[in-house]
Design a protein around this ligand. Structure first.
Ligand SMILES: CC(C)(COP(=O)(O)OP(=O)(O)OC[C@H]1O[C@@H](n2cnc3c(N)ncnc32)[C@H](O)[C@@H]1OP(=O)(O)O)[C@@H](O)C(=O)NCCC(=O)NCCS
Length: 215
């Protein structure tokens, strides 16, 4: 059930809806890449700003272009603030870290007053095609469902085989349309037998200590 803002009054199986602005520590976990490396995944925090700037500066111009549909070598301070400050309900981003370095970001933004959210992903060049895009999509979908979102949408360039591969391989029933070399995709995020099989064994609870002062 949804109210006029598109939010459910409770999550699946009657679970309480997470509160906006409260850092969801329970979403922290460790994930295994397709190369067998174990990395830490957690919701983004405002104090990730410096790491995000560094991450962006080290991306190839091609990767940045794929994400922003423009050449955009540096993030402005305002963008960094917007990208790192989320409410964890209508806007949520996960980062992936290895050796305390940010190597991937995936996010959803709810389309106001709907049960739909737009997703976007960016994986550092060195770790592209290691399964992080798929893992981010799975964790975003799980978190979004608990926050009253039913459908993900995205826009990507028609020749972005990596992004289209992630959606195609996710096990979600993706529908798409194309206009002027931009593919729009949409899919319900309820798990399917295929999506469960796709992600089996790739995530485990984190053995890291929780942060001392979560924001
Ligand atoms: C697109 C992107 C997010 C995909 O993430 P990723 O971690 O590289 O993708 P994954 O390793 O999870 O790949 C998932 C599947 O997609 C397919 N795939 C990935 N990269 C591919 C490529 N370059 N060519 C063809 N298929 C590809 C594979 O089938 C893969 O499945 P597999 O693990 O069974 O091989 C990442 O490559 C990226 O950040 N690119 C630059 C920015 C960008 O394009 N962002 C999207 C903007 S909407």
């Amino acid at each position: 059930m949804s109210d006029s803002s598109g939010r459910s009054s409770s999550g699946p199986e009657g679970a309480a809806m997470p509160l906006p602005g409260v850092y969801p520590e329970d979403l922290e976990c460790d994930v295994t890449t397709s190369a067998g490396a174990v990395m830490h995944m957690r919701p983004i925090r405002p104090d990730d700003a410096d790491e995000l700037v560094h991450f962006h500066l080290n991306l190839s111009s091609g990767s940045v272009y794929r994400r922003y549909f423009a050449f955009h070598p540096e993030l402005s301070q305002r963008e960094v603030e917007h990208l790192t400050t989320v409410d964890y309900v209508d806007r949520l981003a996960f980062i992936v870290e290895t050796d305390d370095r940010l190597v991937a970001v995936g996010r959803y933004d709810r389309i106001p007053a709907t049960d739909e959210a737009e997703v976007a992903f960016l994986v550092t060049d060195e770790f592209q095609n290691h399964g992080l895009g798929l893992l981010l999509l799975k964790h975003l979908a799980d978190a979004a469902r608990h926050r009253g979102i039913t459908t993900f949408t995205a826009e990507t360039q028609a020749d972005n085989r990596g992004m289209l591969g992630v959606f195609k391989d996710s096990g979600f029933p993706v529908t798409s349309s194309i206009e002027e070399e931009v593919v729009s995709v949409s899919f319900p995020i309820e798990p399917t037998e295929e999506s469960r099989a796709r992600y089996a064994g790739r995530t485990r609870p984190s053995d890291r200590q929780p942060p001392t002062s979560p924001t």
